[in-house]
Write a protein that binds this ligand. Structure first.
Ligand code: NAP
Length: 293
């Protein structure tokens, strides 16, 4: 347990990524610090891959409370930690670094953030036949969370070898079932009717700097979306994605990734500060930042 912060002591936190200019995390965390009366700040730190080790050494040397780590550094930062949480070690990615007594401890709060957001949306995944689309870093955290509570998970990926590698790494990480499959029409046709939860953990549908809004969805037009399933899209920008619209059009419930973003941030906030995170304030700050406010 972290010691409670002393009021009036300014501490620095931030986000290490490349690029980080479009992140809403600074707005979310700075609003949270202000709401609980902490004189802390959260800054974006654009760090190219070749300077990651130097940047992380500075986090320790400057006595920062910690940092979040994002694309493309979540895996590379692992080897720079003094200690890893069980989740970070199993997932193979760190998104939150805590400096405790000068030691760097790597955590992964994406897994718990996803599970909390899913449950808040009214979906309890224990025992649920679940399709996870994508096998990148975010999919690993999602699968780790789902296996931990006993979901029955199939990971489907455009590059099937990557889904197989994920299964190899995570198969023993929980009590649920886990298998890999290609993300194609024939496989989805076979698996969709039984699915009760479908998670988009691909980056398809995401807003892009170079292209603006995206109307793309990883779910092919040729496959009916299972009407009795819950659709969870990790993409949070835009807040309403083509994948969510597709699911709703089939009569399914659909939720976007803002809840996961807020809850992964809330866990990082609580680990750094020892103070309960003001999640409503954080969600409002994210929405406002995403709307350009
Ligand atoms: P990543 O490691 O780069 O993985 C990207 C995944 O998307 C891979 O499985 C990739 O398949 C797949 N993909 C990309 N383009 C595709 C296409 N055209 N068709 C089919 N599949 C495609 O990215 P990540 O870090 O896992 O992030 C994935 C998404 O989750 C992003 O949108 C990110 O913003 C979101 N995310 C949200 C939260 C949150 O808090 N809500 C947290 C973390 C991440 P291949 O392996 O075949 O390339």
């Amino acid at each position: 347990m972290m010691p409670a912060p002393r009021p009036g002591i300014a501490r620095m936190t931030g986000l290490v990524g490349w690029p980080v200019e479009h992140s809403v995390s600074p707005a979310m965390h700075n609003a949270a610090y202000a709401a609980v009366g902490l004189d802390w700040c959260y800054l974006p730190f654009p760090v190219p891959p070749e300077r990651l080790a130097e940047a992380i050494a500075r986090v320790r040397a400057l006595g920062m409370a910690g940092v979040n780590v994002t694309v493309p550094h979540k895996q590379a930062v692992l080897s720079l930690m003094d200690e890893l949480s069980p989740a970070a070690a199993a997932i193979g990615a760190v998104n939150t670094v805590i400096v405790a007594d000068g030691r760097l401890v790597g955590h992964n709060t994406d897994a718990a953030g996803f599970l909390r957001a899913l449950r808040e949306a009214g979906c309890e995944p224990t025992g649920l036949p679940t399709l996870v689309l994508g096998a990148g870093g975010a999919a690993r955290a999602v699968v780790y969370a789902l296996l931990g509570v006993g979901a029955d998970v199939t990971v489907l990926n455009r590059t099937p070898q990557r889904a197989e590698a994920l299964v190899h790494v995570l198969a023993a990480a929980g009590v649920g079932m886990l298998r890999a499959a290609p993300l194609d029409v024939a496989t989805l046709r076979a698996l969709a009717p039984r699915a009760r939860l479908v998670v988009n953990a691909t980056s398809v549908g995401m807003w892009r700097v170079e292209a603006g809004a995206s109307a793309a969805t990883p779910w092919p037009d040729a496959v009916p979306f299972p009407s009795g399933a819950m659709a969870y899209d990790l993409v949070y920008n835009p807040q309403e994605t083509a994948f969510m619209r597709r699911a709703r059009a089939a009569g399914a419930r659909a939720v976007g990734g803002l809840g996961m973003l807020v809850y992964q941030g809330a866990e990082a906030f609580e680990r750094w500060t020892g103070v309960a995170a003001p999640v409503d304030v954080m969600a409002r700050a994210c929405r406002s930042a995403l709307a350009g406010g």
